[in-house]
Ligand binder design. Structure first.
Ligand SMILES: Cc1cc2nc3c(=O)[nH]c(=O)nc-3n(C[C@H](O)[C@H](O)[C@H](O)COP(=O)(O)OP(=O)(O)OC[C@H]3O[C@@H](n4cnc5c(N)ncnc54)[C@H](O)[C@@H]3O)c2cc1C
Length: 419
């Protein structure tokens, strides 16, 4: 029985059986966290014949990987020109190019391993909530078009047809992107990672195994868990916004995003996002909308779930966007944690030899987690780490204050939009 109560946990095929670690063991690389980052790294290492084990406190995909909207987007939250401005031309180009192809990597893995995750590759649409939002999309379109990316501005009528609402002032269709059931993808990655065959040494995955401490020992590390220790040459922390107590949390501020799924719409929903794209808007407190394969409408926005208030928000949002649907019944609601960094770029942490972390995806982690996890595995094999800013600062005492301020602002917005 899954402890993860997202729609995806109700609809994704099960993952592999991963009993907790019981007893001491040794491995070349220990990976903490079984989301996209940790599993992608483990898969890459296993394919290189490196012994590797994944330690997961809860279950596969328990973090953001099993709770997100499922938009497999290219790039990061920041547009490519701003990434280059932040990282410099060479590193910026390297990162933008790798992450521009991130949806290719995700859909290749899905195809190669036959992962059942409702994969649909018809693009995603960033919708303009206002004329200013439309101008922002024009800039994003120009920046991506200059790099030859297959992006296209939709005018108001085209956006209305693609999304099924006249609420938006246009949109940016990115044909590289698509949608998935994200937990299905995480569970499928876990199957692929654990399956030893001629091309894969097979990683060991231990769920229900919280890592409570790490200590340097000789040239390697000892990883503490409740019922056993792991002695490893190298350790990768892949805990993103769900890491507690392992020293990597100061790199980001945790914020929340919630979603609510309707019952399947049936024929009444025929004109709502008929192409199956995922949609999110340019508003400062954004709204997302997508369908799943059963035809549910899934709406989302910033902040924690707030019981009846979130439902009232969803009623209002559905009426505003899709008035023809009438009153909807909501079947499932959940939220998850996002790791927000000040400059919206992920972070690399290298606190000691043989210990790394990569995190801070700012709500854009399906493609980046897949690509950067694999990149970290290549770094463990002797390659260059990804060209990300390195987090070196110590504890961040203002972090809880910032997190509370965001949450208060989101709750105020939710209340305002629910009246
Ligand atoms: C609601 C929501 C919507 C989002 N929408 C999108 C989207 O549409 N598209 C997109 O690209 N991205 C989206 N994201 C972001 C994306 O989900 C994340 O960036 C991504 O899942 C991060 O993957 P990860 O593997 O790095 O971390 P996670 O998936 O969070 O996994 C971290 C894991 O580490 C485990 N862990 C933590 N501490 C320990 C410990 N001490 N010992 C053992 N295990 C531990 C946790 O249990 C967890 O399973 C969204 C995120 C949220 C929350």
């Amino acid at each position: 029985m899954s402890r993860l109560d997202s729609l995806w946990a109700r609809t994704a095929p099960p993952g592999p059986d991963c009993p907790p670690l019981d007893g001491d063991t040794e491995t070349e690389t220990a990976i903490v966290g079984a989301g996209f980052t940790g599993l992608s790294a483990a898969l890459r290492l296993a394919e290189h014949g490196v012994s590797c084990c994944v330690l997961e406190a809860n279950e596969i995909g328990y973090g953001g990987s099993g709770r997100n909207v499922g938009l497999v987007n290219a790039g990061l939250w920041l547009p490519p020109d701003k990434i280059e401005a932040a990282l410099g031309k060479e590193k910026g180009e390297q990162l933008v190019s790798a992450l521009s192809e991130a949806p290719d990597r995700v859909f290749e893995l899905i195809d190669r391993h036959g992962i059942e995750c409702e994969a649909t590759r018809n693009g995603t649409i960033h919708a303009a909530h206002s004329p200013a939002g439309r101008r922002e999309l024009e800039k994003r379109c120009a920046a991506w078009s200059a790099l030859g990316a297959p992006v296209e501005l939709l005018d108001r009528d085209e956006a209305a047809k693609a999304i099924g609402t006249r609420a938006f002032h246009g949109g940016l269709l990115d044909r590289r992107a698509g949608t998935i059931n994200p937990l299905g993808y995480a569970r499928g990655l876990a199957h692929a990672t654990a399956r030893a065959d001629g091309r894969n040494a097979g990683a060991r995955i231990f769920a229900g195994t919280p890592v409570s401490g790490l200590s340097a020992s000789g040239t390697g590390w000892v990883v503490e868990t409740p019922r056993g220790r792991v002695r490893a040459d190298k350790v990768l922390l892949a805990t993103n916004a769900y890491g507690g107590g392992l020293g990597a949390d100061a790199a980001y501020t945790p914020i929340h995003y919630f979603q609510i799924a309707s019952r399947p719409l049936g024929e009444a929903g025929a004109e709502i996002i008929p192409g199956g794209q995922g949609v999110w808007d340019t508003a400062p407190v954004m709204t997302s909308a997508r369908r799943d394969r059963a035809g549910r409408l899934i709406l989302g926005s910033m902040g924690r779930l707030a019981g009846r208030l979130s439902e009232r928000w969803a009623d209002r949002a559905a009426r505003r966007l899709f008035p023809g649907l009438g009153r909807l019944e909501w079947e499932c609601a959940w939220h998850g944690r996002i790791a927000l960094t000040r400059d919206h770029l992920p972070r690399l942490l290298t606190p000691a030899p043989g210990l790394w972390a990569v995190m801070g995806y700012n709500g854009r982690g399906i493609g980046p987690g897949t690509v950067l996890g694999r990149w970290m595995a290549d770094a463990a094999l002797g390659g260059e780490p990804p060209p990300l800013p390195v987090h070196e600062a110590g504890p961040d005492r203002l972090r809880p204050v910032r997190a509370a301020a965001f949450e208060t602002a989101f709750r105020a917005w939710l209340t305002l939009k629910s009246i």
